[in-house]
Each structure stands twice: as C-alpha cells, then as structure tokens.
Design a protein around this ligand. Structure first.
Ligand code: COA
Length: 373
C-alpha cells in the first residue's frame, strides 16, 4: 500500500462579482414587476404578492456578502433572472471543462506535476452540463492526461467523495497520480426568482492533485484517511433530469427544476450529523480534537460552521482555525471546502493535522484527515 497525498490545489474564480445590494435591487425589481403584472390575481386573493429581499437578512442569515458568477447580466436582468451562457459548438471545450482547466493547471503547477503524468481525472460536481460523454474525459483530453476519467456527483460532498475515490486508487496502486476537479456552475441551478434562496450560491472551480506521498516534490498533505457517509433526505432536492420530457407537463418552467431546500431542517439535521461524523473519524485514527490545527469546512452558512467548529473542537474556534470564504464566494457546493483549504493551508508546519469536511444534499458528509509533511 502507498501513502496518498494532496500535493497541489488550484482555484478558478470567475471575474464577475454580484454584491448583496446588487442582487437585492434586481430581485426587488423582479418582484415589483411580477406583482404589477399579476395585480388582479393578487387583489382577488388568488396569488400572494412577492415580498422584497434584503441585504441585511442575507448577511445575518448566511454570512454571505457577495458571489462570483459566470454571467452577471442575465442573473441581474429582471426579465431573465438566470445566467445566459454562449452556446458552444460540440467541437470546442464545454463551460465546465474551460473552468476545470484553469483550476487543474494551477493545481498541477503547485504540485510540479506535468499533465501527461496524470492517469486519473475525476470530475466531481453537483451538476454536469451534459449527460455524456463524461465531462472528465473532455478535461482529460484538453489537459493531455493519460489513463482514464469519469464524472461523479454527490452534490456538495462531491469533492471529498472524489478525493476518497482517488486516494484509495493511489493507495492501492491502480493509479499513480490523479486530479479531482470540481467545476461548480451553481448559478445554473439556483432559483434566482425565489427570495428564500436567491442569495445562496456562486460559481467557481477547484482542483486537487493526489499522488503518492513519496513522489511529492515539495511540502504537501498526506491523506491519513477519508470517511464518507450518506443518509437519504428530501430537504435539498432538484427534480430536473433526463426524464423531464417524459413528464405530463413536459419541459415547462417548473419551480422544482431548480434547487429547492428546507433550509431550517437542513441546518438542524446536518449540524449534528457532521459534528458526530468528524469526531468519530478523528477518534478512530487516535487523533484528539486538540491535535487539529485547522478545519476546512463546507461553505454554506457561517452560523452552521460556527456550530460545527465549536462542537468538534469543544470550544469556540480561534481566528484562522476554521477559515470561512463564504463571505466572498457564497456557497459554491463541493468546491467550498477546497477553496478554504487551498487559500488557508500554506502556513501549517510539518506534523500539523487538519480536516477537510464537506456536507450537503443527499444528505452526504465527507471528511479527509490530513497531516502536513
Ligand atoms: N430577505 C428577507 N427576508 C427573507 C428572505 C430574504 N431574502 N428570505 C427569507 N426571508 C424571510 C422568510 O420568509 C422568513 O420570514 P417569516 O419568519 O415571516 O416566515 C424569515 O425571513 C426567516 O426565514 P428562514 O428561511 O427561516 O431563515 P433562516 O434563518 O433559516 O436562514 C438559510 C435561511 C437558508 C440561510 C438557512 O436556513 C441555511 O443556511 N440553512 C442551511 C442551508 C444549507 O446548508 N444548505 C445546503 C445547500 S447545498
């Protein structure tokens, strides 16, 4: 058995930023327009008027201040309210591949690994832009990687589940160098016309190179172990899929074709599940909470992370122990914990332990216990 390690990470951040104020101004214009168009039905009590959103609510409820998106104009246009992306020819790289390449190249440069040395590409994300061929195989081709590639989707836990799959293959020797990439176009499945959730997501791509610890060319993180768990829940759900055309109402604009959640229930049920998961994972490795130098948590909600950090460490985390990036990126699904890891891990010293932990729809939880080398 070989010891797997994360030797490089990369983040692609779209240039466009939408602040809470910009988002709320556009939503409120949309709500006013809808209310004016449906004034008769509203007056007759047949329809509830749409209520305004507020920046204060968004920041207080989530900790989010802004988000990066691939397309800002479409999202903010009250007549559109979703991203509008250029239709690509089948012979040019797709949007996910383009984002993925940027993140992969950064991760490979940090690891000092040439793309041709990669023999496994996993594209792990919450949504795939097409059914087939696999996005990962297109990324493999564009990178010039060898071996094989496949897609996997475990919603917000896709990155950690992907890291487990790659780490296990490196450990067993079936692959030597892998890249796990998470291109998340969350703006595509977010319902920007629903004030309960319109502030939640942003777009980004992250990538992690996983190879044998003995092959690492510089400082790196040995993967001590990984742990994945799932438990079915309908509290985060999206019913869009390949059977859409076969439904009696066909492809009409239905609310459940975008992200839906029961946020309060998710909060209440996922926090204890994640805390218990992380604590049992480190305990089984003989590591105590006070040996952890850093927690890189999924980035959905600041209070959620505050609760989890406190429960796992047994005290309020000190500044920097549990870095948040959600104020700048919002929830970027599976990429969130990897952004936090990528931006806030260089300062750890050899021997330090840390845990990456993602959680979300499914429900799903994935943790990766790391040791700085
Ligand atoms: N602006 C102003 N008010 C808003 C609003 C907005 N954008 N959105 C909702 N409200 C209102 C609600 O209508 C509700 O009003 P009411 O009390 O009169 O019914 C009130 O604010 C509270 O709404 P609620 O949805 O209960 O807020 P919350 O404190 O639970 O925060 C979330 C909402 C989504 C931020 C929070 O539940 C959360 O983060 N949950 C976990 C989400 C998660 O991790 N999801 C994983 C996704 S992958």
């Amino acid at each position: 058995m070989f010891k797997p390690a994360i030797t490089g990470t990369g983040v692609f951040t779209p240039e466009n930023i939408i602040t809470n104020d910009e988002l709320v101004a556009s939503f409120n214009a949309y709500a006013d327009k809808m209310n004016a168009e449906n004034a008769k039905a509203i007056d007759a009590g047949e329809m509830a008027p749409l209520q305004h959103s507020s920046s204060e609510f968004i920041f207080k409820a989530s900790g989010i201040e802004q988000r990066h998106v691939l397309d800002k104009e479409g999202v903010l246009n009250p007549d559109v309210m979703h991203p509008q992306l250029r239709q690509r020819d089948d012979d040019e790289p797709g949007v996910m591949t383009e984002m993925a390449l940027d993140a992969c190249k950064k991760a490979l440069a940090q690891a000092q690994v040439d793309a041709s040395e990669i023999d496994l590409v996993i594209c792990a994300a919450s949504n795939m832009e097409r059914a087939y061929p696999a996005i990962a195989i297109e990324i493999q081709k564009e990178l010039g990687a060898g071996g094989f590639a496949f897609d996997m989707n475990v919603a917000c836990s896709s990155a950690t589940f992907g890291i487990q799959a790659a780490a296990d293959m490196v450990r067993a020797g079936s692959v030597r160098k892998a890249i796990v990439v998470n291109p998340e176009i969350c703006s595509g499945h977010l319902e920007w016309r629903d004030r309960d959730c319109h502030f939640i997501f942003g777009d980004v791509a992250t990538a992690s190179v996983i190879e044998r610890s003995e092959d690492a060319k510089g400082a790196h993180f040995e993967i001590i172990s990984t742990r994945c768990a799932t438990q079915f829940s309908n509290n985060i759900r999206n019913n869009n899929g390949f059977l859409r055309r076969s439904r009696p109402d066909g492809v009409i604009d239905r609310r459940d074709m975008q992200f839906m959640q029961n946020g309060r229930k998710v909060f209440k049920e996922v926090v204890p599940m994640v805390s218990a998961h992380m604590l049992s994972h480190i305990a089984d490795e003989g590591i105590s909470a006070d040996q952890l130098s850093r927690l890189w948590l999924h980035q959905a909600n600041k209070s959620m992370n505050d609760f989890i950090g406190k429960k796992v460490l047994g005290r309020t985390p000190e500044d920097g122990e549990q870095p948040n990036i959600l104020q700048d990126y919002a929830n970027t699904s599976s990429a969130g914990s990897i952004i936090a890891f990528s931006k806030f891990s260089d300062d750890l010293t050899p021997g330090d332990y840390g845990v990456i932990c993602s959680f979300g729809a499914g429900y799903s939880v994935g943790s990766v216990l790391l040791k700085r080398r």
